[in-house]
Design a protein around this ligand. Structure first.
Ligand SMILES: *[C@@H]1O[C@H](CO)[C@@H](O)[C@H](O)[C@H]1NC(C)=O
Length: 199
């Protein structure tokens, strides 16, 4: 009985010594801070959380496959040559985004990313791209579009899943409408109406 008590006391003191050598809870958690003060938030990220706004951009997206300087290049050809939809085919893009429907009209930025045939029965693409703005107020800011694009539908809606710069914490959607499509070389111009909620 006596030795049992001694062992217990010994274990107990060991536990106390061990717990004293542990960092205090504040020390253990100092990699994370929660900022609740509005002014501090604004100072830290330069955005006003009380003022959410909706911005609409009407842009034209140019998928240029032809000519000496294509902005859309095939990086994966259809793995299954018999697939009617070219399932798996993937294009990497650095497509101009312009204010007007003409390729030569004023450049707003570039759509950088890829699209891939992700549908076995219909012509449907997975679009994964960043709209990098390169002009005016939004120069340097980006929004990210990730969505399903059934290219023969009149209007295709895809989510805007985030952004950077002036579009931090952004979300929204785009509506894509084919403006021109060249059956011979595959070049296309698509109107993108972007609706972005941001601060
Ligand atoms: C956009 O920003 C870049 C980097 O700051 C700058 O070099 C460029 O001239 C700007 N473009 C326009 C059109 O203002």
């Amino acid at each position: 009985m006596q030795s049992y008590l001694q062992i217990t006391t010994f274990t107990f003191s060991l536990l106390i010594i061990y717990s004293l050598s542990l960092p205090s809870p504040t020390q253990a958690n100092n990699f994370v801070t929660t900022i609740e003060d509005e002014q501090e938030v604004q100072q830290l990220i330069g955005l006003n959380f009380n003022k959410q706004k909706l911005t609409h951009f009407k842009l034209y997206w140019h998928d240029v496959l032809s000519g000496p300087n294509p902005t859309s290049v095939s990086v994966i050809n259809p793995p299954n040559k018999n697939s009617p939809t070219g399932f798996g085919t993937t294009n990497m893009i650095d497509n101009p985004l312009t204010y007007g429907p003409k390729l030569g009209s004023k450049l707003a930025g570039r759509a950088q990313g890829f699209y891939a045939s992700a549908c076995q029965k219909d012509v449907g693409l997975l679009m994964a791209m960043n709209f990098a703005f390169m002009e005016g107020k939004y120069n340097g800011s980006t929004i990210t579009v990730l969505g399903r694009n059934m290219v023969f539908d009149k209007i295709r809606e895809m989510p805007i899943i985030g952004g950077s710069g002036l579009f931090r914490f952004a979300r929204g959607y785009v509506q894509a409408r084919t403006n021109t499509f060249n059956l011979k070389n595959g070049d296309a111009t698509v109107q993108y109406d972007c609706y972005v909620m941001h601060y």
